[in-house]
Design a protein around this ligand. Structure first.
Ligand code: NAG
Ligand code: NAG
Ligand code: NAG
Ligand code: NAG
Ligand code: NAG
Ligand code: NAG
Ligand code: NAG
Ligand code: NAG
Ligand code: NAG
Length: 409
């Protein structure tokens, strides 16, 4: 019965969505689309039967589901798919700072349903709740995972596949932007141990280096001098790193909220240390009496697939400005730290030495910000034309010289 229903739905959707073949639902809030899902789930449920034995029921999420009980809110949403004799499957979404994630998946099944669970000893309704690794989905993007994602619980295994979902839909229409799960992104990740078997959940989603990553939140950090009376270091920036893994780059934003700030201010050297749950940074600034600069940077953290990394460079000359002023770069700036690591800064403003009255001194702006940066292409053009004229002149002179040369012979 389910199969036929699936077939009918496939035909109906096939006209519009030629590639979709999963269970497709739309949840609306005041007639506007607020949650979209197109997915497949295979269930394997073990249950008790007579004689101290257990049986295993295997079935698919049927196509005729209802979404009664689903709801969309600003910070959390629920997708609830009801099917058959009192069974349901639901996904809980929450928003955390420009990203959303799936907190849990709950599968409720009614053991009295003899079509799915023949000879069940028990006639209760049971619920299995699992926590999937479906996180860091950019707001206004769809989460896509074609790969199998097996979620195990004591007596229920679920396999999710061909998943395309978007929660917190904006303006009533599904986004064209996709956040793909890690399993779908073919990476040659060198540090993961044995080849992945299918027993573990396989989705640790990464945001690929496509425009899906929103700009990082701007952090505002400061340090006080030893007696804690005045501010001696000020830093204000949004930070993103790009880490090379195999032949891919993984980009990650640094989340300033919840960051522990420490460090020290010295005469010749100051240090700013930022510790967050995902990444740690240690910035060392040097002061050579005239200028200051970012001299050393040490970054440690974990990739989205859980592989730890440490990248450090202590011979940098970045963010340079006169002592007594601050360094500013509002444009996105891109700096290579090591062969594997680059950092991107946004709205950067730092002053590691000589802070007065707890505020930034006059800023020296980076070249990217300056009004003169537009002159670069013009200057190049002028230089090129000049070169062409020079070549022409020397050619003409050369010709004349050789002509007179021949005449003199
Ligand atoms: C899901 O179940 C169907 C039928 O039970 C089977 O043909 C298919 O291979 C299963 N898919 C996965 C990914 O387990
Ligand atoms: C779930 O999967 C595990 C590992 O593959 C297997 O040992 C277990 O028997 C499965 N349980 C059910 C209910 O299918
Ligand atoms: C059923 O299991 C219980 C406890 O696991 C055991 O005490 C009992 O002997 C078993 N009965 C049969 C018929 O195997
Ligand atoms: C469970 O299944 C039985 C038998 O199909 C049905 O009578 C009962 O209403 C179902 N329970 C719920 C909560 O729907
Ligand atoms: C469920 O089972 C209990 C005993 O195990 C029985 O008393 C009850 O009538 C059953 N309920 C249904 C709806 O079958
Ligand atoms: C920082 O996180 C806390 C709790 O995690 C939250 O209440 C607060 O709104 C967040 N602040 C910003 C600026 O995101
Ligand atoms: C700072 O550098 C100057 C010149 O290199 C040196 O004389 C002075 O001792 C240094 N001060 C500290 C605190 O290291
Ligand atoms: C970078 O930080 C890590 C951990 O704090 C430390 O073990 C390592 O020695 C540091 N590397 C450099 C070059 O400072
Ligand atoms: C970052 O800089 C490198 C080298 O300077 C360049 O190849 C790369 O395209 C830059 N990336 C971005 C996003 O600007």
């Amino acid at each position: 019965m389910y199969r036929r229903a699936a077939f009918v739905l496939f035909l109906a959707c096939g006209i519009v969505f030629q590639l979709s073949h999963g269970v497709e639902v739309e949840v609306k809030d005041q007639d506007k689309l607020c949650l979209y899902a197109n997915l497949m789930v295979n269930f394997s449920v073990s249950y008790d039967i007579a004689g101290n034995k257990s049986a295993t029921a295997e079935f698919e999420l049927p196509a005729n589901v209802t979404t009664v009980g689903s709801e969309c809110n600003d910070k959390s949403s629920l997708l609830k798919l009801n099917f058959g004799e009192g069974h349901s499957w639901s996904m809980n979404f929450t928003v955390t700072d420009k990203m959303y994630q799936v907190d849990s998946i709950a599968f409720t099944y009614n053991l009295s349903d003899t079509t799915l669970f023949p000879n069940s000893l028990n006639n209760d309704t049971k619920t299995s709740t699992v926590k999937p690794h479906i996180t860091d989905i950019g707001l206004d993007t769809c989460y896509s995972c074609k790969s199998n994602d097996m979620l195990e619980d004591v007596s229920v295994n679920q396999t999710l596949f061909d998943v395309l979902i978007q929660a917190f839909v904006n303006n009533g229409s599904k986004s064209e932007q996709i956040t793909s799960c890690a399993a779908d992104v073919p990476t040659a990740s060198p540090t993961t141990a044995a080849p992945a078997t299918t027993t573990k959940p396989t989705t640790t989603p990464t945001t690929t280096p496509t425009p899906t990553l929103p700009p990082p939140a701007t952090g505002n950090y400061s340090l006080k001098n030893d007696n804690g009376s005045t501010v001696c270091l000020l830093a204000y920036f949004g930070l993103r790193i790009s880490l090379k893994q195999g032949d891919k780059y993984e980009e990650m934003n640094f989340e300033p909220n919840g960051t522990t700030v420490s460090g020290s201010c010295g005469v010749n050297s100051s240090e700013l240390v930022l510790l967050s749950s995902t990444m740690n940074f240690s910035f060392t600034f040097l002061n050579d009496a005239k200028k200051f600069r970012l001299h050393a940077l040490n970054v440690t953290g974990k990739t989205s697939s859980g592989v730890p990394f440490t990248e450090a460079n202590s011979s940098l000359s970045l963010w340079e400005a006169s002592v007594g002023s601050s360094y500013m770069c509002n444009k996105e700036q891109n700096n290579t730290i090591t062969g594997l690591l680059s950092i991107y800064t946004f709205d950067l403003h730092v002053q590691p030495f000589g802070v007065k009255k707890d505020s930034f001194s006059t800023a020296e702006e980076c070249f990217l910000d300056s009004d003169l940066s537009f002159l670069v292409p013009i200057a190049v053009g002028v230089a090129l034309s000049f070169l062409i004229i020079l070549v022409l002149i020397s050619y003409l002179i050369g010709r004349r010289k050789s002509r007179t040369g021949y005449q003199s012979v």
